[in-house]
Design a protein around this ligand. Structure first.
Ligand code: ACO
Length: 331
């Protein structure tokens, strides 16, 4: 990998995926003892049955490190061979330094560089696209792309309209730069599309931060408003990657969407003409883990043998910002 051709003649290949969930599993019934809610209400509105919550003293970087180690193992790549870490999170360990640099230290990596990406629930697709661009530009050769969150730390546990929706977890993939441009039938990231629209800030945000309140703040959401925009933003960005690639709902093998809400996932797949049998869904067991949700779902479907080498996989996300993104990847 020392004599790569010019940037336009590279692409990124996805070598392996891994994930990690904290041990503490919290069911809807557990939550119903804490706030005025019910298992049936949560399942009917969201499809969520349980989520995992990080232990005291277990940080986003810890979850990310576990997921990274599992991805490295799956990819048969040593930590020492990684020269780029892009970590998507909205719940960093500290305001700075970047949580990615803590993961770099945890993994004993001395080479290359590491930084965080903040696009909330779209974070994994943003991080994947960013790492792909860095590899194609020749800035690095092998990347860890991680989505890791401890959303339990920014929830208002007295607000039943939000606290039932989210969970903690992490997922990671290993990418490697390879010769030649992306090619339809060869393994690699084929196309990606990213969008944001900052005018929707008040619909989904955290009411704190270093520059405003000097506190971490709590998640605030107008659920109905988010729901109203979600399906059209998701389908717009996917239609863009379909148009760029010539693929469509019939030609993809798997749809691995951000896991926010079962109803949003089903409505998006239906609008795009994607067979429900191709949709990977983990929101029932994980809740919404923001930037971690896609690699968590992807790891599950690779691990149980559904997603195989050669398959064409569509990732999609939408979240606070409003941000959205989609990537098409041939394994
Ligand atoms: N348990 C019981 N009742 C509840 C709960 C709860 N946990 N939360 C709200 N309610 C009540 C409300 O108070 C309201 O009662 P009222 O009619 O007496 O006023 C009633 O249920 C209906 O509330 P709505 O907010 O209108 O319920 P809705 O059907 O819209 O479902 C939900 C709410 C699940 C949040 C939905 O709007 C949604 O999924 N929105 C998308 C939000 C999302 O997924 N965000 C994730 C981040 S963004 C992303 O990842 C894409």
């Amino acid at each position: 990998m020392t004599d790569l051709a010019p940037a336009q003649h590279r692409h990124s290949r996805l070598l392996g995926v891994g994930s990690y969930l904290p041990a503490n599993r919290v069911t809807n019934h557990d939550l119903a003892e804490r706030v005025d809610t019910s298992h049936d209400w949560i399942v009917q509105r969201t499809g969520i049955e349980a989520r995992h919550v990080a232990a005291d003293g277990e940080f986003t970087s810890d979850l990310a490190t576990h997921a990274a180690n599992s991805a490295l193992k799956a990819a048969s790549v040593k930590a020492a061979d990684i020269d780029l870490i892009v970590l998507a999170t909205a719940t960093p360990d500290f305001t700075f330094p970047a949580t990615a640099t803590q993961v770099q230290a945890n993994l004993g990596i001395k080479a290359g560089y590491a930084f965080d990406v903040q696009a909330v629930c779209s974070g994994f697709v943003y991080a994947l696209t960013t790492a792909d661009a860095h590899l194609r530009a020749g800035l690095a050769k092998r990347a860890l792309v991680i989505g890791a969150e401890t959303f339990s730390r920014i929830l208002d546990w007295s607000d039943r309209t939000t606290c039932v929706l989210f969970g903690d977890g992490a997922g990671a993939v290993v990418l490697e730069a390879a010769h030649g441009p992306p090619s339809k039938d060869q393994p690699g990231i084929l196309v990606s599309s990213l969008r944001s629209d900052g005018t929707h800030r008040e619909k989904l945000y955290v009411d704190g931060g270093p520059s405003t309140t000097q506190t971490a703040g709590h998640l605030r959401m107008q659920g109905r408003e988010v729901f109203k925009h979600a399906v059209s933003m998701i389908t717009d960005v996917i239609e863009d990657v379909f148009a760029q690639s010539g693929e469509n709902g019939d030609t993809i093998d798997w749809f691995v969407p951000h896991q926010a809400n079962r109803r949003i996932i089903d409505a998006s797949a239906q609008k795009l003409g994607i067979d429900p049998a191709k949709v990977v869904t983990t929101v029932d067991q994980h809740g919404n883990t923001s930037a971690a949700s896609i690699p968590l779902a992807f790891a599950q479907a690779v691990g149980d043998g559904r997603i195989k080498p050669g398959h064409l996989v569509l990732f999609e996300a939408m979240g606070g910002g409003f941000t959205s993104g989609a990537s098409l990847v041939r394994l």
